[in-house]
Design a protein around this ligand. Structure first.
Ligand code: DGJ
Length: 737
């Protein structure tokens, strides 16, 4: 399969990590940005600046020295005083006068919970040291600053990028003492923003209504987005953007924070009395505690911080670029994706091989290249109450060997994909009857079910070995080309039979160390198989999953207007190439909306494309549209998946329109997709202003019958003239002449 071009790396974008020995200030310089902090006279890491590129001439004391009767005051040798409740720092610790959100809480063997974290040394790595057992950016020059507090060594890592305006941060705690150390909180980063009218944007929702864009002003107090669900969750994605009231999609300062992690998380923005906004986060501190024995170390997840002056869309492009360049598996990110037919919405659990054959047959030769067999092919699985854990083919239900369907699919020139939900177990399964202790459960209590299933204890090596063997076994013996990896519940019990009493609060994080080990072992054993993440739709749509799998099922909500919102929101942090999107039936199964096939396609064509409907119920006319749609999709695929994304009209708030745009990396092509959410007679019209075109290039837009210079399209704009009717879409292609 062909490989798309790599990103254009420009010479001017070369970054560097620079330490000014005299002032003891670190300058981390990436594309157009500076992140600066220094070692102050107390040995504390003072945060100085994060934003547009500045000179290497900054100074300490970005705050005033006030203090008062209630301030704890530390003195340096020159008799200058420091109130840590005021000083912006790279890591905040409690019990020395800093009364706000701490980044780390350590408990030493004698019960002392104060850590002073004094600078000891630093090292710059040309090659990034990989995080132990956790997903992270794969490369980038990295600074490691070692701090010490008694017997604990704390290392802060900073990775810069050559091509993107990002800084990636994480922290490692090492117990160099002879006695146990307890970590009660271990965030990955902290930085402070000056006193301005900052606002937070974040992605909140629920399964089927993922990534809805919300905004709040950051006034005094603590604003936190988080998940305590043991899963990154549709409730709150591990992402926060921060901008000013005047920050728009295309202009103004915009910061972004995203945690490369799939479990419980939190990101906090706290405005302290001096007006500064401290931003921090990482692993959710709720009921978290980790015992670190002598010589052991604890690594936090990595957090990516992005900055752009070009508004929220600009910030999003920094995330998209760094994730495509350094996170998502290289062997897939620059390649065309399979175009899927999946039967789930057509049949749910009830089907035979014959029924599946008839669904595939209808679309054979029409451009769809992969059939995905979803839930229900294994164990005894007529509904959600049984079968999970029993990863062997149920030939009796299917009415024959699975291989016959695979061979049939291959004979039509298509590849074959298979659904798994490896992390789960039903009480009604052979696996549970053989190993009831493999499920996460609390002794003497009834383990609660969600979707009638329990979660396997992935902290156990024997459980992971079983899953590696069975899942890899099926993939290999059936030569599977594509795997959909589902996960349909959150963690609940908070107890592992495999962990001692004093390590129970480690479970939620240990689960993810286990899951990432499982992902790694299965993905590495099957390098040519493309994996898609899924979690009842987008309940685990995060950068942790994207490190292993190039795409994720964005939502079970496939109703075009609702999906447009979800994809719009998801694009704040994740590239279009990560968002798996399918055309499903109309009226929509959930929303009951009637939509045209072309509207459903226009929205689905914004990410890796698939069809998921009963093809035997499609008319000849509809079937004839499929090859045309796929041809159009293939035309645009490289542009959409490797180019730049712009959000032009938000479907949230009062707007009745959705508009998003892709521009190819060479700016020779662009596509604008517009949807009118509701038909309102005689309502005011909108005008669309495309972005990111080359001002000097002349573009022809056949759908408008016009040819204009890029600067004219971007400033004069155009009237989208969407056809009458609710949820109608229109697509505009800009072709350089
Ligand atoms: C939830 C997924 O989001 C669906 O696409 C489907 O795979 C079902 N699970 C199967 O149980």
């Amino acid at each position: 399969m062909m490989n798309w071009k790599k990103f254009v790396e420009s010479e001017e974008n070369l970054m560097s990590i620079y330490f000014d020995e005299q002032s003891r200030i670190f300058y981390l310089e990436s594309k157009d940005t500076t992140y600066a902090f220094g070692v102050n006279p107390l040995g504390i890491l003072e945060h100085l600046y994060f934003g547009k590129r500045v000179g290497r001439d900054l100074a300490f004391r970005t705050y005033s020295e006030k203090g008062g009767a209630h301030s704890v005051v530390l003195w340096d040798e020159d008799k200058k005083h420091y109130d840590l409740a005021v000083v912006p720092q790279e890591i905040h610790t409690p019990y020395r006068g800093d009364y706000y959100e701490p980044s780390i809480i350590l408990e030493f063997a004698n019960g002392n919970r104060r850590s002073d974290l004094i600078y000891e040394s630093h090292e710059i790595f040309a090659e990034k040291p990989q995080l132990e057992g956790l997903p992270s950016l794969r490369h980038g020059e990295t600074l490691a600053v070692t701090l010490r507090s008694k017997t604990a060594k704390v290392i802060l890592y900073y990775t810069v990028s050559e091509t993107c305006a990002i800084i990636a941060r994480s922290m490692k705690v090492v117990n160099e003492g002879e006695e146990d150390l307890r970590i009660d909180r271990a965030y990955s980063f902290a930085f402070s923003l000056p006193n301005r009218q900052w606002q937070a944007m974040y992605l909140a929702g629920a399964a089927g209504a993922e990534a809805h864009v919300r905004k709040t002003s950051l006034d005094r107090g603590v604003f936190t987005i988080d998940s305590k669900r043991g899963i990154s969750s549709a409730s709150m994605n591990p992402f926060m953007a921060i901008g000013l009231p005047e920050t728009s999609e295309n202009r103004g300062p915009a910061y972004g924070v995203n945690i490369i992690y799939s479990g419980s998380h939190s990101i906090t923005a706290e405005r302290i009395p001096s007006g500064l906004v401290r931003v921090s986060g990482g692993l959710n501190a709720f009921d978290f505690s980790w015992k670190l024995e002598q010589g052991e170390s604890f690594q936090t997840p990595e957090v990516v911080l992005a900055y752009s002056e070009d508004g929220y869309s600009g910030m999003s492009r920094e995330f998209h670029n760094i994730y495509r360049e350094a996170l998502i598996p290289k062997r897939f990110v620059h390649k065309p994706r399979p175009v899927i037919i999946n039967h789930w919405e057509a049949t749910r659990f009830i089907y035979t091989l014959d029924r599946l054959r008839s669904i595939v047959e209808q679309v054979a030769g029409r451009g769809i290249d992969t059939f995905v067999l979803d839930d229900g092919w294994f164990g005894v699985r007529e509904d959600e109450t049984s079968g999970l854990g029993d990863w062997f083919v149920n030939e009796e239900k299917l009415g024959g060997p699975l291989q016959s369907l695979i061979d049939y699919t291959h004979s039509l020139g298509m590849r074959f994909g298979l659904w798994f939900e490896p992390e789960m177990i039903n009480r009604n399964s052979e696996l549970y009857r053989a190993h009831p202790d493999w499920a996460i459960q609390t002794p003497d209590d009834y383990a609660e079910e969600a979707r009638r299933q329990l979660v396997l204890d992935l902290t156990r090596e024997d459980v992971r070995d079983y899953l590696v063997e069975t899942v890899n076994g099926i993939i290999r013996s059936h030569k599977i080309d594509y795997v959909k990896w589902d996960c349909n519940r959150d963690l609940s019990e908070g107890y592992s039979l495999a962990l001692p009493k004093d390590r129970q609060k480690e479970l939620f994080h240990r689960y993810y160390l286990g899951l990432y080990d499982l992902f790694r072992r299965i993905v590495e054993a099957n390098p040519d198989v493309i994996f898609e993440g899924c979690s009842s739709g987008g309940s685990r749509f995060d950068a942790g999953v994207l490190y292993y799998f190039p795409q994720i099922w964005t939502s079970d909500q496939t109703d075009a207007p609702a999906r447009a919102k979800i994809q719009y929101g998801t694009s704040f942090c994740y590239p279009m190439s990560a968002m798996s999107c399918h055309v499903t039936a109309s009226p929509n199964r959930r929303a009951k909306h009637l939509t045209t096939l072309h509207s459903r396609y226009d929205i689905a064509a914004m990410g890796p494309l698939g069809y998921e409907l009963d093809t035997t119920k499609m008319t000849e006319e509809e079937l004839a549209e499929i090859p045309l749609q796929i041809a159009a999709f293939k035309e645009d695929e490289e542009m959409v998946f490797t180019g730049d994304t712009y959000r032009l009209h938000s479907p949230f708030g009062d707007s009745n329109y959705f508009a998003m745009q892709s521009v190819s990396a060479d700016k020779k092509k662009s596509r604008v997709t517009v949807m009118k959410l509701q038909e309102n007679f005689n309502e005011p019209e909108i005008r669309v202003y495309p972005q990111g075109l080359d001002p000097d290039t002349v573009y022809e837009v056949a759908e408008l019958g016009r040819t204009m210079e890029g600067r004219s399209w971007m400033n004069f704009g155009f009237r989208p003239k969407v056809a009458a009717g609710d949820y109608e879409t229109k697509v505009f292609r800009f072709i350089a002449k």
